[in-house]
Structure formats: C-alpha cells, structure tokens
Design a protein around this ligand. Sequence first.
Ligand SMILES: *[C@@H]1O[C@H](CO)[C@@H](O)[C@H](O)[C@H]1NC(C)=O
Ligand SMILES: *[C@@H]1O[C@H](CO)[C@@H](O)[C@H](O)[C@H]1NC(C)=O
Length: 368
Amino acid sequence: MVSHQIISPLLLTICAFFVVATACSNGTCKLDDKCSTDADCEAGLYCFSCTVSFSGNRCVRSTRTNPFKLVNNSLPFNKYAFLTTHNAFAIEGEPSHTGIPRITPTNQEDSVTQQLNNGVRGLMLDTYDFDGDIWLCHSFGGNCHDYTAFEPAIDTLKEIEAFLSANPSEIVTLILEDYVETPKGLTKVFTDAGLIKYWFPVSKMPKGGQNWPLVSDMVANNQRLIVFTSKKSKEESEGIAYQWNYMVENQYGDGGMEKGSCPNRAESSKMDDTSKSLVLVNYFRSVPLKPLACVQNSGELLDMLTTCHNAAANRWANFIAVDYYKRSEGGGAFLATDTLNGQLLCHCGDVHSCSTGSTTPGACSSRS
Ligand SMILES: *[C@@H]1O[C@H](CO)[C@@H](O)[C@H](O)[C@H]1NC(C)=O
Ligand SMILES: *[C@@H]1O[C@H](CO)[C@@H](O)[C@H](O)[C@H]1NC(C)=O
C-alpha cells in the first residue's frame, strides 16, 4: 500500500507532463498532429479528417511551397512544377447561375481565388458557347445546358486577373478543354476580363523540345498567363497555343490511375516525345469520389509521378492535375509538387533540400 501511494502520484505527474508536452492548440500543431479546428494548426496546414486512412482529425497541408521564393526564379519555365486543379471551376456549393438546379459532379471545394492563394498555378477549365456568352460548364457532347452550367467564364477570368495583378511574380497556366466555336469568342472574353496584358505569346513557346524562356524574364515582361486550348485551329486563328504542340499528357480518369503504367492520352504524342518540353500528369478518377481523394492525392500520386517520370524519358512532370487538391493524408498534392520541384531544380527528393547554389546531384541537404 505504501509503495502504491508513492508511485500513483508520480505516475500521474508523468502522465500529465506527457499530455501537456504532446497536446497542441492555437496554431502550434504540426503536420500530422491531432487537432480540432483549423486554428490549432500551424500556418500552411488545416485540420482535416481522411476517414478511409486515419481516425479523428489531423493537421494536413493546405498550401504549397513557392519554388520561386525558396530557390529562385532564374531557370526556364519548364524546370518548375505547378500544382494544377482538374475542373477548377466545378466547385461544390457554386450557386446556380441559370435558375435551374445543376445536375453534374463537382471536382473541387475551394473558389478559384482560394485555389490560387493556396498555390495552385494550373487551372483546367472547360469552355463552352452558352446563352450568348462563354461559360464554364461540366457537360457532354460539346454542349452546355442549364443543368450543367457552372458560371460565365468572365467571372472566373476576373478572379485570375485579380490574382495576377496582386501577385506580380506569379505565373498562371490555363488548360482549356475548349468547345467554343464562336470566332474569337475566347479572345473577347480574355480581353473583357483584362487578361490580354499578361498574355504569354505563342511565338515564344518552344516547338522542338527546347527550354522555355526563364521565369524571371516572363515576370519582367509581365507575360505571366499561359493559355492552352484543345482546339488546334485556334493557334492559327487566335494565337492561343494548341496544348499538345507543347506538352505531353498521360491518360486522364481511371485509365491514368493504373499502378505502374503511364499511357499518353489520345490527343497527346507519346509520353517520351521530347520534342514537347512540358509534361502533364493527370491523377483523378473518371467519376470523382470525394472520400477517396485524400488517399489518391497521397502515396498513390507520388508513385504515379515516378511511373510517369520513367515513361516520359526520365522527365519529371511540370503539372500535376488532381481533384479536391487539399484532401490528403498529410502532404498530398503539395508534397508531390515539392518532390517534383526538388527533382527538377536540384535533383533532390524535396524542394526544401535544394540548398541555395548547389546543383551537384547528391548534394541534397536533409530537410529541416
Ligand atoms: C494564440 O496565439 C496567438 C498568436 O501567437 C496569440 O496572440 C494568442 O494570445 C493566443 N491565444 C490563446 C488563447 O492562447
Ligand atoms: C537558381 O537555382 C538553381 C537550382 O538550385 C541554380 O542552379 C541556379 O544557379 C540558381 N540561380 C541563381 C541566379 O541563383
């Protein structure tokens, strides 16, 4: 009895110390720590539950690392990787702008402004003629309907204009699945949104697999908006780059999620065609399933980046396109982007390991 009375308070003290030492709150919780609200987590993290992977809530990443700031922006554009949102406009909770309830899946949860502020730098947008204007629509058969329309394109393009205006060192790439037939329809809406002043001209895009211009030059020239269309004729008629003249891309949807294989999508040349300087990796399901996105955006995505690197003549992806970009088991698509930037910029497994000035392979500093 005597020893029990002595040991119990001691144990209690040790236990209490342990609880205090591991508990966190009010912005002190680190990656993977348990949390109850977003405010518990350190900057760059939010409190998230990936129920198919872990129980309870943990702090996971919500923002990317900026390679232009962490390393520098003096390399060609094709030496950096950019987090890209698939169907960036198909946002949960977007109110109906047609008066008709929408019947079509969503792929994202944040507004385009939030996506950009969190570090998304590639946006996949589906453009259609609709209602006498250009709309973003999640549709089929090349036609937009009342019940598949998200919003007039001008609204989203104005958000992009506001971001580029407020962030003069940033570059945004738009990848359009383009169903617009109206002559100069896209040119008009980009003009109306005030985006022409940022336009990166087709004439400066390398056609034979050469390096792109330096990011620092693109910034200095204020040519910070890159737009690709899926319609070949528009390169000639409107000066909008035909995507697959400059980029190889793997299969989208379920066909791009088969472990160990990275086939090109039909419109793209083979992944190992080095006459295209940019590499795009899609990694999202044909039919989005939100509860699974956190697992897909984590280890599976990292595996696919290696698979696609091997398929693409040992080239790391410049764009990785995902659904629900903030959902992950911890690092998610942000960590994947850091991995790519580490490989592209300094042959290291993470951009944080690119010690300033070092380009020697193997000279990676350990991540602090
Ligand atoms: C939470 O952290 C902020 C910033 O460090 C501090 O100003 C504030 O007093 C803290 N609040 C509480 C309740 O601890
Ligand atoms: C920018 O970073 C890269 C990669 O670390 C390096 O090779 C290059 O020398 C750096 N450029 C400048 C101007 O610091």
